[in-house]
Design a protein. Structure first.
Length: 136
């Protein structure tokens, strides 16, 4: 191997290491849903849609739910990225403010009014496509 070949090989190795070091924070930036949600538990909420935010990084549904005492609780329901949801049949128009829907999912670990969506059913029984995933 000539000196110029060794130098080219060393430069390629250094460039690879540098790129790996710069990309590492990006790989750790995305979190597992298991950090925030009780993946073994399941809940179902019926309520009125207040807001449907179909935007990255995760679509968010805000839902008003009547508890056992008849009081309104404000829930935030998170789901996948719009790109994954579109492949499963969702769209910006899938859910409208004012609709009564049932949301199935997993509750937050900290007991807050937060859940990860695994499925949505409209008042007429129509199911909105789901990714079936709770891990992204």
């Amino acid at each position: 191997m000539t000196r110029s070949q060794r130098m080219a090989r060393s430069a390629a190795l250094i460039a690879t290491l540098l790129c790996s070091a710069l990309a590492a924070p990006l790989a750790t930036a995305h979190h597992s849903a298991a950090l925030f949600y009780e993946m073994g538990a399941r809940i179902s909420l019926k309520g009125e849609v207040k807001r449907w935010n179909f935007r990255n990084p995760h679509a968010i549904l805000e839902l008003d739910v009547k508890n056992a005492k008849g009081e309104i609780e404000h829930w935030t329901c998170e789901t996948s990225a719009p790109s994954a949801l579109r492949r499963a049949g969702w769209s910006q128009d899938s859910i409208k403010a004012g609709e009564i829907i049932t949301v199935d999912g997993v509750p937050a670990r900290d007991g807050s009014k937060l859940m990860r969506i695994t499925g949505v059913t409209k008042a007429d029984g129509t199911k909105i496509g789901t990714t079936g995933r709770t891990d992204d």
